[in-house]
Design a binder for this molecule. Structure first.
Ligand SMILES: Nc1ncnc2c1ncn2[C@@H]1O[C@H](COP(=O)(O)OP(=O)(O)O)[C@@H](O)[C@H]1O
Ligand SMILES: Cc1ncc(COP(=O)(O)O)c(N)n1
Length: 263
């Protein structure tokens, strides 16, 4: 069986972060492992606390995984400080990690800031250049490219700027667009659209985490990047279409949508 690792924060409500990643990887046929960067006290309405692990402890977690069950793909999510990003980059280089999917998590769907300003600089300088693909949403792509995104032309321009500046493939996600949910993959100097109809569902807590871990799962299973993104997009669409509705705010996705019958 292929194996995948998520390096991310824990979400006590189970909708985003490590918990979303483990569910997604399991549902998509890979063995799932985790290295936790921080605990969050969080539910569908917001984040009430964050407790980071120390860089030393994160390094031990990564050593434990890489020296025993070597992952075929790695996904990174919430990493809030520069020190933790350094630790991750050192370990990924030391163990020659492959298929690295970086979700540059900055702000939770509920509005909480999940990364410090200096960590954004470290992310750009150190983590993006070693990524196979990065998966910014529109606000994150604006921060990374330095341009305002108002339409699909702007998504292409922003993705190209990021690709040229940091040397990584870029999937600019369209979940924050007004009309459609079209995602743009800029890879190896050209681009391709992954078109999606906007599904009428406000329960989108964890959509970004889910998409990036689904891509990591399919890369672990030796799919090409284009195939992996297509299959990940199919997965997120089905999980949204199931219309699970839990909690008082923006609720989590139905990962076990095959079993879910709308109760
Ligand atoms: N209402 C929706 N209908 C269909 N797809 C959606 C919807 N909202 C988000 N998506 C998809 O979910 C994935 C995550 O996108 P997005 O919401 O932009 O990321 P993030 O959670 O990081 O803000 C993308 O593939 C996007 O197209
Ligand atoms: C621990 C953690 N990591 C990431 C997110 C972002 O979630 P989303 O996928 O909704 O942008 C989150 N809310 N909590």
């Amino acid at each position: 069986m292929k194996k995948a690792l998520t390096i991310a924060g824990s979400d006590s409500s189970g909708g985003a972060g490590i918990q979303a990643d483990l569910k997604t990887m399991t549902m998509n046929g890979v063995y799932a492992m985790s290295a936790i960067t921080a605990l969050t006290a969080q539910n569908t309405t917001g984040v009430s606390g964050i407790m980071e692990v120390t860089p030393e402890f994160l390094s031990l977690e990564l050593d434990a995984v890489f020296t025993d069950i070597y992952p075929d793909a790695v996904k990174t999510g919430m990493v809030s400080s520069s020190e933790l990003i350094h630790t991750i980059v050192n370990s990924l280089k030391k163990y020659h990690a492959k298929n690295i999917v970086v979700d540059p998590v900055m702000v939770a769907t509920s509005g909480a800031k999940l990364i410090s300003d200096d960590a954004i600089e470290t992310l750009k300088k150190e983590l993006l250049p070693i990524a196979t693909v990065i998966t910014p949403n529109i606000p994150e792509a604006e921060v990374l490219s330095g341009i305002k995104i108002n339409n699909e032309e702007d998504m292409i321009t922003a993705a190209r700027i990021i690709y040229e500046k940091y040397g990584c493939n870029v999937l600019c996600k369209g979940g924050h667009q007004i009309n459609d949910a079209n995602d743009l993959l800029y890879r190896d100097g050209s681009y391709i659209w992954f078109k999606g109809k906007r599904i009428n569902n406000n329960n989108t807590h964890g959509t970004g985490c889910t998409l990036s871990s689904a891509i990591a799962s399919f890369l672990a299973r030796e799919e090409s990047l284009d195939e992996a993104v297509k299959h990940a997009k199919d997965y997120i669409s089905k999980a949204l279409e199931a219309q699970l509705d839990l909690g008082k705010g923006s609720g989590p996705l139905a990962h076990n949508y095959v079993l879910f019958e709308g109760e």
